[in-house]
Design a protein around this ligand. Structure first.
Ligand code: ATP
Length: 281
């Protein structure tokens, strides 16, 4: 491997790792040097986090593909928060404030992309955190729980599931009585369509974060935030803080929740995608 083109720090890492007989393909991601001025800096850094998360056993291999699908839709919306997404983020914040037992569901991608924001939001509300994996392995659940605890999460549910979501097959159904079963409002970033539907069938208010406005999850949820999780989580936190600062009444939040039309909002996003993508030629 030619190391002379690498930046100085990368060269040092290279030599140190080679001295320990670690092969180059194991540390390529450490050597990637993307200047902040690079037009795709944010996007490339997110990829790096996902790849690193997969190598560390936190992200499932399929998580890389899911991320790629998300990137494609993010490209179509111009990699920014649309007004429709901001509205959904505000409505999500109101639901979470008004909830009796809110819960944030976490998977591998979320754990590597926005771990701090998950912990911050759970403390702010407060809301429980539960790990729910599509490709469940006990090892991966533990790694995610450890990561969140290291960042300050006092309690992370999901390591010892004692309940099942009705209508799903075994490993995808696993959840806890204390968390998912009891929750009235659930934030489900990057959920799959079957589970989103099953949670809705259980009578829960479901808030999805999904860049694909056409996914089953997006269509099944009560509130769908079509935005990257990296932008969406901090904005939900801001909306919670703002609502509290303004001392909004329960009545005014309920009114805005009732006026919100999720499918109407999704179709506005689709129209915007078509128009904006066309005008970028
Ligand atoms: P469904 O089962 O709901 O029809 P799907 O089969 O496309 O959807 P998955 O592959 O389980 O769903 O989930 C990945 C979803 O998460 C995709 O729709 C993708 O757009 C979205 N996604 C991936 N990364 C992000 C991200 N960083 N922020 C928001 N959404 C994302």
């Amino acid at each position: 491997m030619k190391k002379r083109n690498f930046p100085p720090l990368a060269q040092i890492i290279c030599y140190k790792l080679e001295a320990k007989n670690i092969k180059p393909n194991h540390y390529n991601h450490l050597l990637m040097h993307v200047p902040k001025s690079h037009p795709r800096y944010e996007s490339l850094m997110k990829r790096e986090k996902i790849i690193k998360g997969m190598r560390e056993g936190i992200v499932a291999e399929a998580g890389l593909i899911a991320h790629g699908r998300g990137e494609a839709f993010d490209y179509l919306i111009g990699e920014k928060t649309l007004p429709e997404a901001d509205l959904a983020e505000k409505i999500a914040a109101y639901h979470l404030i008004l909830a009796k037992r809110p819960l944030i569901s976490v998977n591998g991608n979320i754990a590597v992309l926005v771990p701090d924001d998950i912990v911050r939001l759970s403390e702010l509300l407060p809301a429980k955190i539960e790990i729910n994996l599509f490709y469940r392995s006990e090892e991966r659940v533990k790694k995610i729980a450890d990561l969140l605890r290291k960042l300050g999460a006092k309690k992370v549910l999901g390591e010892k599931p004692d309940a099942n979501i009705p209508g799903l097959e075994h490993s995808r159904a696993l959840c806890t009585n204390e968390g998912m079963m009891m929750a009235d409002v659930v934030l489900i970033p990057l959920e799959d369509g079957d589970r989103a539907k099953a949670l809705k069938n259980m009578g829960k208010i479901t808030i999805a974060i999904d860049l694909n406005p056409l996914s089953r999850t997006s269509k099944e949820s009560h509130v769908t935030i079509v935005d990257d999780v990296v932008r969406a989580l901090p904005r939900i936190i801001d909306h919670v803080r703002e609502a509290r600062k303004k001392e909004l009444s329960r009545k005014s939040m309920v009114k805005e929740i009732e006026e919100f039309d999720n499918l109407g909002n999704l179709s506005k996003i689709l129209e915007r995608m078509q128009k904006d993508a066309g005008s970028r030629f």
